[in-house]
Each structure stands twice: as structure tokens, then as C-alpha cells.
Write a protein that binds this ligand. Structure first.
Ligand SMILES: [Zn+2]
Length: 324
């Protein structure tokens, strides 16, 4: 724990606030992971849909909804007509199992209370599992089911990635982060997001530049899957990693890639993916048009569109975390 002035600590302790708040927030988060995992596994058993498929859909939706509805720990929210069926005169959130099916609705009763409730975790997961299972049980069946549910390539790709990461690590509790260059290296960076760029017409700077020497290792900051690797005339040798939080991480101007790293690989925080260089601003192989640095960009997807945001505050945070 960081040093807190004694009188503040005593004051907080006197009112009984601080210890309670810090402990319960952490415990709640950990409990939620446990509860969710139990729900995924419980739903997976009868439906034969792997738990990590269900977890992957839930993870995607958790990033696009601001709040989880009261009384729930999972975030999947099927649409009304998907739940009830389009021609069903009863469009309430609570269906009698079997009635919705007559109208091609998917509402299922997962917890066995005789009601298919659109606001109940078990009922929603059982419904999603039944829907996916209707396409089959392979990865490509899963992909088709997702496409017909979301009608969006990036959403399907993100969920498939999430499933791959969860399966790989065997858990959904993946909270670690890392700073993209070793703390022992000689590096510097400041906030330059939004600055004007010289090369390639009117562009703004969509990232943070971390200046370091040629060859300093570049590490993944998060859990995710390598989505892009190769040359781009602006970024030079660059790698794109999509993480499990609907965020795309872009590492550019690399000197080269780490041996064996390829598109589709699952990575974790700290995995070396390449090294710092000065490639870019021209045809393949162009280098040295600027001092060596890692350009690090972050792009958030909300399920409809993707946009760049400032990585600088996150880099400062991960740097602090890595130092501790
Ligand atoms: Zn840059």
C-alpha cells in the first residue's frame, strides 16, 4: 500500500470507511468472476457449447454496455424480438417456455423456474447456448451463429479472439497489464496524442511515441490475439493486437519482429513481439527518416465503430504497475 498520511488513515479508520471500501470492491470483482465462470460451465454442460464461447460473447457485450443490469453478473442482452419472436403478441420480458418458440423466439428457461426471463443470467445464457447449438458445435458453426446474431465482421472476429484467449489460459480472470518496453531500458515519452503529422497529408497523431534505442524489446501490454503483422507505409513494420476489452493495440516503426510471432497467436502482457526501430514513411524497408521510437496506438470498438483514444494515461499507469 502507498504511504497515506497517518491522520487521514486514522480519520478513515475512525469512520470505518477505508478498510471496508477497498476490501469489498476487490472481493466483489473476484466473486463476479467466480459466479460468471460457474454460470458459463453450468450452461455449457447440457448445451455442449464450450464455456469459453459463452464467456467470449459475454465479454464482448460487457465492453459495449455501460452498466450491468441490477441483479445480474453477465452482460449479454438479447433483443426483444430475438427473445419473444417477431409475431408474438406477448412482448414482455418473461415468457412461458415453448410459447416464444412457436413464434421463432429463442427464450429459454435456464434455471428451471418455469419462466424464460430476459433479465435472468441463467435464462439468457441458456438461450444464447440454444441459439448457438442450433448451428452446430464447431468453431465455424459458432462463427456463422455469431454473424447471424450481430451482422458485423469485427464483432465476430473479436468474440472468436476472446474465446481463443479464454480457452488458452483456462480462465476469464485476466487482469494483468505490462508497459511495452523494459523499465530498465533508456526511454522517454510524453503526451502527443492529437498533434499534427507531417507525412501522408492531414493526419493527427493517433498514439504515443516512446523514444528508445534500436533493438529495445517491444512487449504486448495486454492479453489478446495478433491480428495484423507486416508492412504499412506509415507505420513501417507493425503489429496489431486485439485484446479482450474490444481494444486494438497498434505497435509501429519496429526494427523487426520477434521470431515465431504470427497472425492468430495468443499473447499475454510481457510477451516480446518485436523491437524498437525507425521503419516507415515509405515503401517496404524504408528506415531512419526519424529517430527510433515505438509508436503505440489504442483504438476502442463499441460494437458499431472504432476510434482512436489517448494511450498516454494508460502507459503511465502500466509503468507504475510494472515498477511495483
Ligand atoms: Zn507516433
Amino acid at each position: 500500500m502507498k504511504k497515506v498520511p497517518l491522520f487521514i488513515f486514522m480519520l478513515a479508520f475512525f469512520f470505518g470507511l477505508m478498510p471496508v471500501i477497498t476490501i469489498s470492491a476487490q472481493e466483489k470483482q473476484s466473486d463476479d468472476y467466480k459466479l460468471r465462470m460457474e454460470l458459463y460451465k453450468k450452461t455449457a454442460a447440457p448445451s455442449l457449447i464450450p464455456w469459453y464461447f459463452l464467456a467470449a460473447v459475454d465479454q464482448f457485450e460487457r465492453q459495449i454496455h455501460k452498466e450491468i443490469p441490477e441483479g445480474r453478473v453477465t452482460a449479454v442482452r438479447p433483443e426483444q424480438y430475438f427473445w419473444n419472436g417477431l409475431g408474438n403478441p406477448n412482448q414482455s420480458d418473461q415468457q412461458t417456455p415453448g410459447i416464444a418458440a412457436m413464434f421463432n423466439g429463442w427464450a429459454s428457461d435456464g434455471n428451471g423456474d418455469g419462466i424464460a426471463d430476459r433479465n435472468n443470467d441463467e435464462d439468457v445464457l441458456a438461450t444464447i447456448a440454444a441459439y448457438i447449438a442450433s448451428y452446430g458445435h464447431t468453431k465455424s458453426d459458432f462463427k456463422i451463429a455469431l454473424w447471424n446474431y450481430y451482422h458485423r465482421d469485427l464483432t465476430v472476429q473479436t468474440i472468436i479472439n476472446n474465446a481463443k484467449v479464454f480457452k488458452h489460459f483456462g480462465t476469464i480472470e485476466l487482469k494483468d497489464r505490462d508497459f511495452p518496453v523494459p523499465l530498465g531500458a533508456n526511454y522517454s515519452y510524453r503526451s502527443t496524442w492529437g498533434d499534427a503529422r507531417g507525412f501522408g497529408g492531414r493526419r493527427i497523431h493517433e498514439g504515443t511515441d516512446i523514444f528508445a534505442n534500436y533493438g529495445v524489446p517491444v512487449k504486448s501490454t495486454t492479453y489478446g490475439v495478433v491480428e495484423i503483422k507486416g508492412w504499412n507505409k506509415f507505420g513501417g513494420w507493425r503489429i496489431g493486437i486485439r485484446d479482450i476489452f474490444n481494444i486494438y493495440h497498434y505497435y509501429a516503426h519496429l526494427n523487426g519482429f520477434e521470431d515465431g510471432v504470427k497472425v492468430g497467436d495468443v499473447v499475454k502482457p510481457g510477451d516480446v513481439i518485436g523491437s524498437v526501430g525507425a521503419s516507415g514513411y515509405g515503401p517496404p524497408g524504408t528506415s531512419g527518416k526519424f529517430p527510433p521510437h515505438l509508436h503505440y496506438g489504442m483504438y476502442k470498438d463499441n460494437g458499431y465503430s472504432e476510434w482512436s483514444f489517448d494511450p498516454h494515461p494508460y502507459l503511465r499507469k502500466w509503468e507504475r504497475m510494472a515498477r511495483n
